[in-house]
Design a protein around this ligand. Sequence first.
Ligand SMILES: *[C@@H]1O[C@H](CO)[C@@H](O)[C@H](O)[C@H]1NC(C)=O
Ligand SMILES: *[C@@H]1O[C@H](CO)[C@@H](O)[C@H](O)[C@H]1NC(C)=O
Ligand SMILES: *[C@@H]1O[C@H](CO)[C@@H](O)[C@H](O)[C@H]1NC(C)=O
Ligand SMILES: *[C@@H]1O[C@H](CO)[C@@H](O)[C@H](O)[C@H]1NC(C)=O
Length: 575
Amino acid sequence: MAIFSARLFFFFPILFGHGIFELEASHHIYQTLQNLDEFASATSQPHRTGYHFQPPKNWMNDPNGPMIYKGIYHLFYQYNPKGAVWGNIVWAHSTSRDLVNWTPQKVAIYPSQPSDIDGAWSGSATIFPDGTPAMLFTGINPTGQQVQNLAMPKNPSDPYLLEWVKSPKNPVMAPTPENQINASSFRDPTTAWLGADGRWKVVIGSRINRKGLAYLYRSKDFVYWIKAKTLLHSAEDTGMWECVDFFPVSVNSSVGVDMLSILGPNVKYVFKASLDDTKHDYYTVGEYDPVKDVYTPDEGSVDGDSGLRYDYGKFYASKSFFDSAKNRMILWGWINESSSVSDDIKKGWSGIQAIPRVIWLDKSGKQLLQWPIKEIEMLRTNAVHLPRKVLQGGSVLEVPRVTAAQADVEITFKVSHFRKAEGLDPSWTNPQLLCSQKGASVRGSLGPFGLLVFASKGMQEYTSVFFRIFKGQNKYVVLMCSDQSRSSLNPDNDKTTYGAFVDVDPVHEHLSLRSLIDHSVVESFGGQGKSCMTARVYPILAINEDAHLHAFNNGSKSVTITRLSAWSMKKANIN
Ligand SMILES: *[C@@H]1O[C@H](CO)[C@@H](O)[C@H](O)[C@H]1NC(C)=O
Ligand SMILES: *[C@@H]1O[C@H](CO)[C@@H](O)[C@H](O)[C@H]1NC(C)=O
Ligand SMILES: *[C@@H]1O[C@H](CO)[C@@H](O)[C@H](O)[C@H]1NC(C)=O
Ligand SMILES: *[C@@H]1O[C@H](CO)[C@@H](O)[C@H](O)[C@H]1NC(C)=O
């Protein structure tokens, strides 16, 4: 369904507020910034990633409008063409056939209309029933208001979708005195969905004072949008909701569900908000009433900081999309730097994207599971499989023959000696705080045990990702930590320790950990993807060939490694 003709757009010249450019609707004003030869390669830097997506230089933040179109995966992202700090934001664009190797394309969306002249901010793709994509995104108008805009591909027969044209009706949603929307807190439209009533629905994040809001809009033609009287969802004391996301999940299968094919009895819903206050992505699992257009989290599924997070380290402004080629829901998320701004300027870049994760509902129905896309395994090479081994308390086991600065490792532990587990003090409810008080060097009984990544030869530097097991009221409690306190001799990095509880029963299940290690990032998946934790670290000694990988156990009781497989990872074309 081509809702409006792209030809409409060719005739309106627009005067930039700055009076610098006069723009024809064809997109050429940032031509110099689109010249990829101008990207000075920073490839010899030790902290640039080998297989995590990042542009050759400059600032990147939120993933935008991810989708698959005519067999090509698209990623757009918030990008500053002029430097390594936030500013001058445009939608940069890359395409891929496998979600691993990426080809940079020219900038897709940049300020060109009054409704986005001061910024082309985040948004989402919607695929119409006839297969045509549309993009809704936030623009900043000359009075600084946040408004929502529509763009369509100029040539839908081009699988690369290089040219985008904006609707002359923009903005298609805006704050007004009547609707009482806070004009500086109204952004990041979701993917829209088509209701059985024939109307499109879309959600936009906002706030009133400390209350986080998800405004719902409806439209018959995708151009003329009306704000609903009711909110899709809201929650007290959560602050501004950025990059809200809303999608169905199957209750009994890991297969993804397309928003357009919803409404089965075997479907639940996930609502995610990126909390501006804490810079983490939180989600709940619940029910959606498609008549009232209201979402209600299940009992026990809590909004905000005491609820569940996609990732307990660095992972923000995430966005999901339904991969119709492989029937799975895929999650993209931005991983910010932990280096100082002056170091970012020195290295000339800031921000990477997490490896895309497949997400589905755990069989408990209470939380999501996340796992790196299968395709990333195409980069695995030189497999190292170590035999089953008892790891005595206080010991370290080096994983040999692996490029430890660019690796994928899976380790599984079997624990016994449960009677010796430390008691869990009922006041220890904050796992991150507990991890920071009980880092890798604080010896326990059952744990800490796990991996030492980016370790220097003399152990002056290492990042530890590990478990501890405590005896709770009527079950054993598993804590997962990522301890960055000794990750680098550079004192200028944010070395906050991250922590989460993992909902596994260590008596009956083995405890697994997978880490994707890539020069300055370690993405860890505990309990087969039940708790995820991403850290940025910038070792000075443990770089390239000088990085080492170990398993370790700093508890007093032994644990058994039942599986340890590690792979050197090949480089991907990451742009
Ligand atoms: C509107 O949003 C701005 C920017 O986040 C915030 O400073 C202000 O407090 C908000 N006003 C209300 C009433 O929430
Ligand atoms: C999920 O359960 C429903 C009934 O409860 C059934 O009809 C459907 O086939 C199941 N799907 C899978 C993938 O098991
Ligand atoms: C980015 O990193 C800095 C330093 O670690 C941190 O203070 C800030 O909250 C982070 N922002 C996001 C969006 O993750
Ligand atoms: C294990 O604990 C000891 C004693 O606190 C400490 O010296 C050592 O650094 C720890 N090992 C690791 C890998 O943190």
